[in-house]
Design a protein. Sequence first.
Length: 289
Amino acid sequence: MQRIPVSSSRRSSRSPGFTLIELVIVMVILAALATVVIPKLGFLQAEATPVSGLASAQDLMNNLETYKVTTGFYPLRFDSLLTQAGTVIPNLYFAGSGTSATLVPAAFDTDGAAGGSWGMSFGPTSSQGMYTIMDQDATISDLNSSFNTPRQFTYGGDNVAAVSQATKTGAAIWQAAGFPSTTAFNYNQVTGATTGAYTAPASATGVTLVALGVGPQCSAVGKTMSSPPLQTGQIANGNYSRYVAIFAVYGSTSSTPMKPAELKLVLDSYGNTITSNVNLYQQAIPQDN
Protein backbone atom coordinates (compact mmCIF):
# COMPACT_ATOMS: atom_id res chain seq x y z
CA MET A 1 0.00 0.00 0.00
CA GLN A 2 1.31 3.40 -0.94
CA ARG A 3 1.73 5.82 1.94
CA ILE A 4 0.41 9.32 1.59
CA PRO A 5 3.05 11.87 2.77
CA VAL A 6 2.02 14.07 5.65
CA SER A 7 2.47 17.81 4.99
CA SER A 8 4.63 19.94 7.26
CA SER A 9 1.55 21.78 8.43
CA ARG A 10 0.20 18.53 9.76
CA ARG A 11 3.37 17.60 11.56
CA SER A 12 2.94 20.33 14.14
CA SER A 13 -0.25 21.61 15.62
CA ARG A 14 1.51 24.84 16.63
CA SER A 15 1.97 27.60 14.08
CA PRO A 16 5.00 29.95 14.19
CA GLY A 17 4.68 33.07 16.44
CA PHE A 18 3.72 33.91 20.02
CA THR A 19 0.73 32.62 21.88
CA LEU A 20 -1.55 35.00 23.73
CA ILE A 21 -0.11 33.87 27.06
CA GLU A 22 3.44 34.59 25.87
CA LEU A 23 2.44 38.07 24.71
CA VAL A 24 0.83 38.77 28.07
CA ILE A 25 4.01 37.69 29.86
CA VAL A 26 6.11 40.00 27.66
CA MET A 27 3.76 42.92 28.37
CA VAL A 28 4.00 42.29 32.11
CA ILE A 29 7.80 42.27 31.93
CA LEU A 30 7.89 45.51 29.91
CA ALA A 31 5.52 47.19 32.36
CA ALA A 32 7.76 46.16 35.26
CA LEU A 33 10.84 47.54 33.50
CA ALA A 34 9.02 50.81 32.79
CA THR A 35 8.43 51.43 36.49
CA VAL A 36 12.20 51.26 36.97
CA VAL A 37 13.49 53.01 33.84
CA ILE A 38 11.05 55.89 33.30
CA PRO A 39 11.74 57.66 36.65
CA LYS A 40 15.45 57.48 35.83
CA LEU A 41 14.89 59.32 32.56
CA GLY A 42 14.01 62.45 34.52
CA PHE A 43 17.60 62.44 35.70
CA LEU A 44 18.81 63.06 32.16
CA GLN A 45 16.80 66.27 31.91
CA ALA A 46 17.61 67.35 35.45
CA GLU A 47 21.33 66.89 34.94
CA ALA A 48 21.50 68.64 31.56
CA THR A 49 21.67 72.25 32.84
CA PRO A 50 24.19 71.77 35.68
CA VAL A 51 26.43 69.51 33.63
CA SER A 52 26.39 71.93 30.71
CA GLY A 53 27.11 74.84 33.04
CA LEU A 54 29.86 72.94 34.78
CA ALA A 55 31.60 71.97 31.56
CA SER A 56 31.24 75.38 29.90
CA ALA A 57 32.39 77.36 32.94
CA GLN A 58 35.46 75.20 33.47
CA ASP A 59 36.28 75.11 29.75
CA LEU A 60 35.91 78.87 29.50
CA MET A 61 38.16 79.47 32.48
CA ASN A 62 40.79 77.19 30.95
CA ASN A 63 40.37 79.04 27.65
CA LEU A 64 40.95 82.47 29.18
CA GLU A 65 44.03 81.25 31.01
CA THR A 66 45.33 79.67 27.79
CA TYR A 67 44.87 83.01 26.01
CA LYS A 68 46.91 84.72 28.71
CA VAL A 69 49.68 82.10 28.54
CA THR A 70 49.95 82.34 24.76
CA THR A 71 49.68 86.14 24.47
CA GLY A 72 50.96 87.38 27.82
CA PHE A 73 47.70 89.09 28.82
CA TYR A 74 43.99 88.48 29.27
CA PRO A 75 41.64 89.27 26.37
CA LEU A 76 40.32 92.72 25.54
CA ARG A 77 36.70 93.77 25.16
CA PHE A 78 34.88 91.83 27.84
CA ASP A 79 31.25 92.86 28.42
CA SER A 80 31.29 95.40 31.25
CA LEU A 81 27.76 94.37 32.40
CA LEU A 82 27.09 98.11 32.70
CA THR A 83 24.92 100.50 30.78
CA GLN A 84 26.48 103.64 29.32
CA ALA A 85 25.06 105.45 32.34
CA GLY A 86 27.25 103.31 34.59
CA THR A 87 24.53 101.15 36.14
CA VAL A 88 24.48 97.34 36.21
CA ILE A 89 22.26 95.95 33.45
CA PRO A 90 18.81 95.02 34.84
CA ASN A 91 18.50 91.68 33.02
CA LEU A 92 21.32 89.87 34.79
CA TYR A 93 19.76 87.01 36.74
CA PHE A 94 22.04 86.96 39.80
CA ALA A 95 22.94 90.68 39.94
CA GLY A 96 19.92 91.74 42.01
CA SER A 97 19.00 95.35 42.64
CA GLY A 98 18.78 97.89 45.44
CA THR A 99 19.88 96.63 48.85
CA SER A 100 19.90 93.04 47.53
CA ALA A 101 22.33 93.80 44.69
CA THR A 102 25.08 91.24 44.23
CA LEU A 103 26.77 93.32 41.54
CA VAL A 104 27.23 97.02 42.23
CA PRO A 105 28.90 99.79 40.19
CA ALA A 106 32.33 100.65 41.55
CA ALA A 107 34.53 103.54 40.46
CA PHE A 108 38.29 103.04 40.41
CA ASP A 109 40.82 105.84 40.51
CA THR A 110 44.62 105.91 40.61
CA ASP A 111 44.62 105.06 44.31
CA GLY A 112 42.03 102.32 44.01
CA ALA A 113 39.09 104.04 45.69
CA ALA A 114 36.97 100.92 45.34
CA GLY A 115 39.62 98.73 46.87
CA GLY A 116 41.79 98.00 43.86
CA SER A 117 43.93 100.16 41.61
CA TRP A 118 42.19 99.55 38.30
CA GLY A 119 44.60 101.62 36.27
CA MET A 120 47.69 99.89 37.62
CA SER A 121 46.65 96.23 37.79
CA PHE A 122 43.96 96.02 35.16
CA GLY A 123 44.26 98.97 32.85
CA PRO A 124 46.49 100.65 30.25
CA THR A 125 49.79 100.36 32.11
CA SER A 126 49.20 96.73 33.02
CA SER A 127 50.49 93.65 31.28
CA GLN A 128 47.09 92.10 31.92
CA GLY A 129 45.82 93.75 28.75
CA MET A 130 42.21 94.45 29.71
CA TYR A 131 42.34 98.17 29.05
CA THR A 132 39.22 98.17 26.85
CA ILE A 133 35.82 96.82 27.82
CA MET A 134 32.43 97.04 26.13
CA ASP A 135 29.45 98.91 27.58
CA GLN A 136 25.87 98.18 26.61
CA ASP A 137 24.30 99.85 23.60
CA ALA A 138 20.66 100.20 24.64
CA THR A 139 19.52 100.59 21.02
CA ILE A 140 20.35 96.93 20.30
CA SER A 141 17.44 94.67 21.22
CA ASP A 142 19.46 91.46 21.60
CA LEU A 143 20.88 91.83 25.09
CA ASN A 144 23.57 89.20 24.52
CA SER A 145 24.98 91.09 21.55
CA SER A 146 24.35 94.61 22.82
CA PHE A 147 27.76 95.32 24.36
CA ASN A 148 29.11 97.21 21.38
CA THR A 149 30.31 100.47 22.93
CA PRO A 150 34.06 100.35 23.69
CA ARG A 151 35.46 102.14 26.72
CA GLN A 152 39.16 102.50 27.40
CA PHE A 153 40.30 102.80 30.99
CA THR A 154 41.97 105.94 32.22
CA TYR A 155 43.28 106.74 35.66
CA GLY A 156 40.13 108.09 37.19
CA GLY A 157 36.44 107.37 37.52
CA ASP A 158 36.27 104.12 35.56
CA ASN A 159 33.16 102.17 36.50
CA VAL A 160 33.07 98.39 36.77
CA ALA A 161 30.59 95.83 38.11
CA ALA A 162 31.96 94.73 41.47
CA VAL A 163 30.81 91.77 43.57
CA SER A 164 29.23 92.78 46.88
CA GLN A 165 29.91 90.82 50.07
CA ALA A 166 26.54 91.85 51.51
CA THR A 167 24.36 89.32 49.68
CA LYS A 168 24.32 85.54 49.98
CA THR A 169 25.25 85.06 46.34
CA GLY A 170 27.97 87.69 46.54
CA ALA A 171 29.44 86.16 49.69
CA ALA A 172 29.39 82.71 48.05
CA ILE A 173 31.29 84.15 45.08
CA TRP A 174 33.91 85.72 47.37
CA GLN A 175 34.30 82.43 49.20
CA ALA A 176 34.59 80.44 45.95
CA ALA A 177 37.16 82.99 44.68
CA GLY A 178 39.55 82.05 47.47
CA PHE A 179 38.55 84.50 50.21
CA PRO A 180 36.92 82.20 52.79
CA SER A 181 34.88 83.64 55.63
CA THR A 182 36.63 83.88 58.98
CA THR A 183 33.38 82.81 60.64
CA ALA A 184 31.16 79.83 59.89
CA PHE A 185 29.35 80.64 56.67
CA ASN A 186 27.78 78.48 54.03
CA TYR A 187 25.28 79.32 51.32
CA ASN A 188 23.86 76.40 49.37
CA GLN A 189 22.98 77.86 45.97
CA VAL A 190 20.99 74.73 45.20
CA THR A 191 18.62 74.75 48.17
CA GLY A 192 18.96 78.40 49.20
CA ALA A 193 19.85 77.42 52.77
CA THR A 194 22.30 79.73 54.57
CA THR A 195 24.40 79.10 57.65
CA GLY A 196 26.03 82.01 59.44
CA ALA A 197 27.14 85.31 57.92
CA TYR A 198 30.11 86.04 55.70
CA THR A 199 33.05 87.80 57.34
CA ALA A 200 35.79 88.76 54.91
CA PRO A 201 39.31 87.58 55.73
CA ALA A 202 42.25 89.95 56.00
CA SER A 203 43.42 88.81 52.57
CA ALA A 204 40.32 90.47 51.06
CA THR A 205 41.33 93.93 52.31
CA GLY A 206 42.03 96.23 49.38
CA VAL A 207 40.73 93.65 46.90
CA THR A 208 37.79 94.09 44.55
CA LEU A 209 36.15 91.25 42.67
CA VAL A 210 35.19 92.51 39.22
CA ALA A 211 32.58 90.75 37.08
CA LEU A 212 33.00 90.79 33.29
CA GLY A 213 30.86 89.00 30.72
CA VAL A 214 32.44 86.92 27.98
CA GLY A 215 30.62 88.17 24.89
CA PRO A 216 31.09 88.12 21.10
CA GLN A 217 33.38 91.20 21.13
CA CYS A 218 35.93 89.48 23.39
CA SER A 219 39.29 89.35 21.63
CA ALA A 220 39.63 85.64 22.46
CA VAL A 221 36.85 84.88 19.96
CA GLY A 222 38.38 83.62 16.74
CA LYS A 223 41.66 82.87 18.48
CA THR A 224 41.33 80.49 21.41
CA MET A 225 37.55 80.08 21.19
CA SER A 226 35.22 79.86 18.21
CA SER A 227 32.33 81.64 19.93
CA PRO A 228 31.35 82.56 23.50
CA PRO A 229 28.94 80.05 25.07
CA LEU A 230 25.31 80.80 25.88
CA GLN A 231 22.80 79.27 28.28
CA THR A 232 19.57 78.75 26.37
CA GLY A 233 17.38 78.81 29.47
CA GLN A 234 18.41 82.37 30.20
CA ILE A 235 17.77 83.43 26.60
CA ALA A 236 14.22 82.17 26.92
CA ASN A 237 13.82 84.23 30.10
CA GLY A 238 15.09 87.38 28.40
CA ASN A 239 18.13 87.56 30.66
CA TYR A 240 21.81 88.04 29.94
CA SER A 241 22.93 84.50 29.12
CA ARG A 242 26.70 84.81 28.76
CA TYR A 243 29.16 83.39 31.25
CA VAL A 244 30.75 85.83 33.69
CA ALA A 245 34.45 85.92 34.57
CA ILE A 246 35.39 87.05 38.08
CA PHE A 247 38.72 88.85 38.44
CA ALA A 248 40.44 89.91 41.66
CA VAL A 249 41.92 93.40 41.43
CA TYR A 250 44.51 94.31 44.06
CA GLY A 251 44.77 97.90 45.27
CA SER A 252 47.40 99.86 47.15
CA THR A 253 45.87 98.83 50.49
CA SER A 254 45.90 95.11 49.76
CA SER A 255 48.40 92.68 51.22
CA THR A 256 49.96 92.47 47.74
CA PRO A 257 49.67 96.05 46.40
CA MET A 258 49.68 96.52 42.66
CA LYS A 259 49.64 92.77 42.09
CA PRO A 260 48.36 92.02 38.57
CA ALA A 261 44.68 91.14 38.32
CA GLU A 262 43.88 87.44 38.59
CA LEU A 263 41.10 85.37 37.06
CA LYS A 264 39.48 83.64 40.02
CA LEU A 265 36.49 81.80 38.62
CA VAL A 266 33.83 81.75 35.92
CA LEU A 267 30.11 81.81 36.76
CA ASP A 268 27.28 80.60 34.61
CA SER A 269 24.56 83.15 33.89
CA TYR A 270 22.58 81.97 36.92
CA GLY A 271 25.46 83.02 39.17
CA ASN A 272 26.39 79.43 40.01
CA THR A 273 29.98 78.57 40.73
CA ILE A 274 31.52 75.30 39.53
CA THR A 275 31.06 73.91 43.06
CA SER A 276 27.33 74.62 43.08
CA ASN A 277 26.97 73.06 39.64
CA VAL A 278 28.62 69.91 40.98
CA ASN A 279 26.05 69.92 43.81
CA LEU A 280 23.23 70.36 41.30
CA TYR A 281 24.54 67.41 39.31
CA GLN A 282 24.84 65.21 42.38
CA GLN A 283 21.31 66.05 43.51
CA ALA A 284 19.99 65.15 40.07
CA ILE A 285 21.43 61.64 40.27
CA PRO A 286 18.65 59.18 41.14
CA GLN A 287 19.14 57.50 44.49
CA ASP A 288 18.80 53.78 44.99
CA ASN A 289 16.03 52.86 47.39
